[in-house]
Design a protein around this ligand. Sequence first.
Ligand SMILES: C[S@@+](CC[C@H](N)C(=O)[O-])C[C@H]1O[C@@H](n2cnc3c(N)ncnc32)[C@H](O)[C@@H]1O
Length: 400
Amino acid sequence: MGILRTGTTSAAVRIQVSRTGRPALAPRLKARSLHEQIGLPAELPLDQIIVDDCVAALERLPAASVDLIFADPPYNLQLGGDLRRPDDSLVDAVDDDWDKFSSFADYDAFTRAWLTAARRVLKPDGALWVIGSYHNIFRVGAILQDLGFWMLNDIVWRKANPMPNFRGRRFTNAHETLIWAARGESSKYTFHYEALKGGNDDLQMRSDWYLPLCTGEERLKDGAGTKVHPTQKPEALLARVMLSASNPGDVILDPFFGTGTTGAVAKALGRRFIGIERDTTYAEAARKRIAGIQPLPPEAFATAPSKRSEPRVPFLSLVEAGLVKAGETVTDAKRRHTAVIRADGTLVLGPAVGSIHKVGALVQGLPSCNGWTFWHVERPAGLTLLDDLRGEIRAQMTAA
Ligand SMILES: C[S@@+](CC[C@H](N)C(=O)[O-])C[C@H]1O[C@@H](n2cnc3c(N)ncnc32)[C@H](O)[C@@H]1O
């Protein structure tokens, strides 16, 4: 059972099919919509799947309208012939036409086209995630830098259950790479550092993520038990991307929608999505899948305010509020260092006088220190962190 699957609800997306039987765009997406003709920005096809080539569809969307893009483009795997296991059974490899390109130059031209179109629809502070393997990710990375995107991280998705290298000629290919890039160098991109740390036993979240492949009930199968899509991504991977780099209500676009993993997770986590997928079968499977997703209750995905967005409280305010007293001492968790609080909100320790951060760094011989989380005061209940006392002032400020 997928982590986000909690029940069913009515359909939230639709694919329009024209009289010729070919997928058609929603009328509002036709070139120069009524909105545009009368000078209004084009309406966004929120929570819909556009069945079309992604470059063409992206070019019809309004510029600077999307908060985040998650892209899982063709890998250009270049498989030659069937891949078989030692028992001669056929491996279900990605050999679909959508993954075939005539040359690297052909793949690069395609990559440049969709990345250019994607960058245009991103808001100035937007960001893009793109996932790939060693076959394509380096080409994609170079092109996105050439286009002005600003690399933030590359994430290694380490697969808990990778497919072995059946021929034993190479290492097990046990990871994929995700590039996270801001639209440009000056973009104020979204990153929920504190939330991720909180969910990681209060340790900074690292760039290597250990997650299983998409299997079990989460994996879409047809009536005959065959996988609907060869590269359906795990919902947990998309959830981590969205929880780290988007806010509830944000618009998240996926130009290679496949079975709609991005849409399913976006709906569950209170985000809006726009999916683009060329293949009608995949798009229809995605539509059905997303219709069965029940959004989580808002408190389950509301973004906790980050420490940086909390009001600044100088240490002197603690002295002025009487939460600490001039002349009393502060000490570290193991009571190895003791400094005296001065009336002006600085600390003194021997000849050293300075802020709680500066004196904390000095006693440890470190270049920097967060004095709020280093120093404590003695209270009847035991050692109390300065950060907790600062929290009391912040709570008063918020209540006022
Ligand atoms: C790697 S798969 C994405 C799988 C998806 N992340 C999922 O979880 O199901 C790439 C998808 O892009 C689609 N595709 C390939 N080229 C496309 C194009 N030019 N425009 C739109 N879709 C395209 C393919 O049909 C395929 O479903």
